[in-house]
Design a protein around this ligand. Sequence first.
Ligand code: DAH
Length: 364
Amino acid sequence: MALSPFFVFPHETHMNELDALVDSARVAFAQAATPADLENAKAQYIGKSGRITELMKGMATLSVEEKKTRGAAINLAKQAIEAALAERRQALADAELQAQLKAEALDVTLPGRQRGQGGLHPVSLTLERIEAIFGSQGFEVAEGPEIESDWFNFTALNTPEDHPARSMHDTFYVEGGSAKAPNLLRTHTSPMQIRHAVQHVKRHRAALDAGLPMPEIRVIAPGRTYRVDSDATHSPMFHQCEGLWIGENVSFKDLKVVFTDFCRTFFESDDLVLRFRPSFFPFTEPSAEIDIQFQSGPLAGRWLEVAGSGQVHPNVVRNMGLDPERYIGFAFGMGPDRLTMLRYGVNDLRLFFDGDIRFLSQFR
Ligand code: DAH
């Protein structure tokens, strides 16, 4: 068919126009920086009153043949625009995801958040040390109540009714008990001598009744004690550790050996001497204060009191359920708080009980 120079294929004009439309849609989509912008741009092309819809409507006047070609071409353009739209949607979604990942990025090379590290209280460290040292010498460790009866705290320990320690000035009395036998916060760990010995005797009752030898009582009893007292070297709550060794043939010599050994091990020094200074306690006879003296170091040359001690009084042995003619031994009571102060060079007891983490963390 010969072509008139004036004839232009209708679909060619339309083609170019449609290509341009697709191109401009691509540009508009590319310029949309957000999903919302993109949806606006979409509406201009393939929305209800968009350009494609307009072109469709414009076909009304065309012949059936033209409608076919024109319609197919418009559809192709529409599909191309939809593909461009889908592509841009995906690109925006990817970009958003990337931005989010970047914003939430973890720097795995940063040091982690540290958990606060706890540690034992310096007095607890001392108690552990005392238990380990006496444990290695064959002593059991016993624990007892901090609320005590008058009997265990005083009477059973041969403490007379009018002893000054019983006064309200020294002792915290608590509710419960009777006027004659009030309850109190134990003023020392010595009541554990009686409590432990009574249990021990009970356990070996059969052997005792059969005239067999009773295994020796060898025990320490560390714990909290209370007195109405407060200054740089006294706290209303403080610690004591009781020691008791009872058998058929236990002497003061044994106390000296055991306690000297303990002090040298505790302070990790053989450069240390002990002195047993005569004293008085109702529950021992004879009684002695134990002083130690370092021969070198910052405390050298001073006598430092570390414990009370003595041979257990016959009345106390009797209150343990034992015959004082047959059983004999010694006891001691020391102050773990004092030992801690000496070991670490702390000069105010109250620091131990203020709970200041800056002080306490030095002992970790
Ligand atoms: N209980 C005494 C006090 O608190 C210390 C003491 C002294 C304990 C002599 C003893 C001992 O076992 O034999 O002062």
